[in-house]
Design a protein around this ligand. Structure first.
Ligand code: MLT
Ligand code: ZN
Length: 490
C-alpha cells in the first residue's frame, strides 16, 4: 500500500478522453510527419545544369557542402512557368484557386521548421480528383515540375518546393465521402485534416487508428503518403495495415482507382502499398479508405520516470503490457492504455505500475486523474518538437533501431559533440523509433560535419532505418542507401 501512495492518483481515471484530448492538443504549432511528399522529378547531381542560377533560391539551413540536400540541382529539362500556364490553370480551377499572392506563396514555400524554402511562383488549389488530373496532365505536357502539399507539417523538406515547382495543395479536397458504422471503414478525400476526421468519428463512436501531434493541421493524404507512424502505432499498427484503399493521380494525369473498402483482396498486386510512404514520388493521393476502430470506454494515462534506459526496456517486456516503459530522472515515459472494462483496466495499470515500482524499474510516476491532467501530459510529449524549434537550431533525425540500441546513439553523440550542442532523444519506444535531436545556438557546417554522415553510418551499422516515420524528403533522398541495398533502389 505504501507503494501505491507514490502514484499521485485519485479514484477517477480518464473516460472517453479522446475528444477532449484532441481539442486540447496543439493545432498549429505541433509537428509531425504529415506532408504529401514531393514529386521526385529532379535529378540529383546533374552536372549539365548551371547550379549558381538556382542555388541562391534553394535554402537548406544546416546543410554543409557534404549534405546531399545541397547537391540537388534543378533539372534543366523542366520548363519555367509562363503566363499562358497561369491562364490555363485559372480556366480550369477558377481565379480564386490559383494563388500568386506573395504572402501566401511565402508560407507555402517554407516548411514548418523554416529549414527548407523553395521559390514557387504558383500554388494551385484543386477541388476534386478531376482537377488534380487536369493539372498534372497539363504540367506533364509542359514539363512543369510540381510538388504536392498537404498540411505542410513535415520535418524533412518533403512538402515544399525545392526550386520553382508548382505547388498543388489538396486542402480544399476535404470531404468525408462515406462512413460505415458497422465495419468502421471511412472513405474521405486526401485534404481532410486528421483532427477533423477524429472529431467526426468521435460522434460515431470510433477513433482514427492514427494520432499525431500535428493532427490539427496535417492531412490524411499526407499521412498516407509519408506512412506517418505517430502515437498509436503500437496499438493499431501502421497505415499499411489500416489503409484499405486509395485513389491516386499519376504524373501524367491518369487516375488510379484503388479505393477499395475490402479487408481481403488478393486479385493481383496490391498497388496501394506502393503509394503508402512514397512521398508523392509516384503520384498524388486524392482519396483514402481507412479502417477505423471502435472508441473504447476506458482510457488510462500514466506518466512515469525510470532510473535508466535499461529499466525502460525491462518494463517493456513485462507480462500483459506491450507498451514501453521509461526511466527515472533522466527518462520519462507516457503510457496510454485503452480498453472496455473501466475497473479492470484501471486495476491492471495500477498493478503493473506497482510491480514496476517494487522491482525498482520505475522511480516515480503519476496516473492522470481526469481529462485535464491527461491533456497536460500529452501536451508535454507533443510539445517537444515545438520546444526544440524555439530553442534554436535543431538537427533532427528519425531513426528506427533495435530497441536496446536506441539510447546508445544518444550517448555516443553526446561524447562526440561535447559542449558544441545538446543531444536529446525521444520518440516511440515501443516502436523502436528514436527522434534524435541535436540542438544548438545556430546551424553551422562544422557541427553538421560531425553529425553527418556519422548518424547515418551508425544507423546502418546497426541495421536500422534512417527514416522511420518522417519520410526521406529532400533532406535524406540521397541517403537512402544507408537503409536499402542498391539492388532494391535501382
Ligand atoms: C513526434 O513523435 O513528436 C513527431 O514525430 C515529431 C518529431 O519527431 O519531432
Ligand atoms: Zn514521432
Amino acid at each position: 500500500m505504501m507503494m501505491m501512495h507514490r502514484w499521485r492518483r485519485s479514484g477517477d481515471f480518464i473516460r472517453s478522453a479522446c475528444k477532449s484530448l484532441s481539442s486540447f492538443r496543439q493545432k498549429h504549432n505541433s509537428m509531425s510527419p504529415s506532408v504529401t511528399g514531393f514529386m521526385n522529378r529532379y535529378e540529383s547531381k546533374v552536372n549539365t545544369f548551371e547550379p549558381n542560377a538556382w542555388s541562391h533560391q534553394y535554402r537548406s539551413f544546416g546543410s554543409s557542402s557534404s549534405s546531399s540536400a545541397l547537391k540537388v540541382k534543378r533539372n534543366p529539362l523542366f520548363s519555367s512557368l509562363e503566363s499562358k500556364d497561369v491562364s490555363f490553370f485559372k480556366e480550369i480551377l477558377g481565379e480564386r484557386n490559383v494563388v500568386e499572392d506573395e504572402e501566401r506563396l511565402e508560407i507555402a514555400n517554407t516548411d514548418w521548421m523554416k529549414k527548407y524554402k523553395g521559390c514557387s511562383k504558383l500554388m494551385l488549389l484543386p477541388k476534386n480528383t478531376e482537377e488534380v488530373s487536369q493539372i498534372l496532365k497539363y504540367c506533364d505536357s509542359r514539363s512543369l515540375a510540381v510538388v504536392p502539399q498537404g498540411g505542410n507539417t513535415g520535418l524533412v523538406g518533403g512538402s515544399v518546393p525545392v526550386f520553382d515547382e508548382v505547388i498543388i495543395n489538396v486542402g480544399l479536397m476535404n470531404k468525408v465521402l462515406s462512413f460505415d458504422e458497422v465495419s468502421g471503414v471511412l472513405v474521405c478525400e486526401a485534404g481532410c485534416i486528421l483532427e477533423n476526421l477524429a472529431t467526426f468519428l468521435d460522434t460515431k463512436g470510433f477513433v482514427m487508428p492514427l494520432d499525431l501531434g500535428a493532427k490539427g493541421s496535417c492531412h490524411i493524404g499526407g499521412n498516407v503518403s509519408t506512412n506517418a507512424g505517430g502515437l498509436r502505432l503500437i496499438r493499431y499498427g501502421s497505415l499499411h495495415g489500416t489503409v484499405l484503399g486509395l485513389e491516386a493521380v499519376k504524373a501524367n494525369g491518369n487516375v488510379l482507382d484503388m479505393l477499395g473498402t475490402l479487408r481481403k483482396d488478393n486479385t493481383g498486386y496490391d498497388l496501394k502499398h506502393l503509394f503508402i510512404g512514397s512521398e508523392g514520388s509516384l503520384g498524388i493521393v486524392t482519396k483514402v479508405s481507412i479502417l477505423t476502430q471502435p472508441k473504447l470506454s476506458s482510457v488510462n494515462l500514466a506518466f512515469i520516470a525510470c532510473k535508466d534506459f535499461l529499466s525502460c526496456q525491462v518494463l517493456n517486456h513485462l507480462d500483459g503490457v506491450r507498451n514501453p516503459v521509461s526511466s527515472s530522472e533522466n527518462f520519462y515515459i507516457l503510457i496510454e492504455t485503452t480498453g472496455s472494462g473501466e475497473t479492470y483496466d484501471r486495476e491492471k495499470l495500477e498493478a503493473f505500475l506497482l510491480k514496476s515500482l517494487e522491482q525498482g524499474l520505475v522511480s516515480d510516476g503519476v496516473i492522470a486523474q481526469d481529462i485535464n491532467q491527461a491533456s497536460s501530459f500529452w501536451r508535454i510529449r507533443e510539445g517537444i518538437t515545438e520546444a526544440l524549434q524555439k530553442a534554436g537550431a535543431c538537427y533532427k533525425y528519425d531513426l528506427s533501431l533495435p530497441v536496446e540500441e536506441i539510447y546508445n546513439i544518444v550517448n555516443d553523440l553526446r561524447g562526440r559533440l561535447g559542449n558544441l550542442a545538446n543531444v536529446m532523444g525521444y520518440g516511440h519506444l515501443g516502436d523502436g523509433n528514436l527522434h534524435l535531436n541535436i540542438s544548438a545556438a545556430e546551424y553551422n557546417d562544422k557541427l553538421l560535419g560531425l553529425i553527418e554522415p556519422y548518424v547515418y553510418e551508425w544507423t546502418s551499422k546497426h541495421r536500422g532505418s534512417i527514416s522511420a516515420e518522417h519520410g526521406l524528403g529532400v533532406m535524406k533522398a540521397n541517403e537512402i542507401l544507408y537503409s536499402k541495398s542498391p539492388e532494391t533502389v535501382s
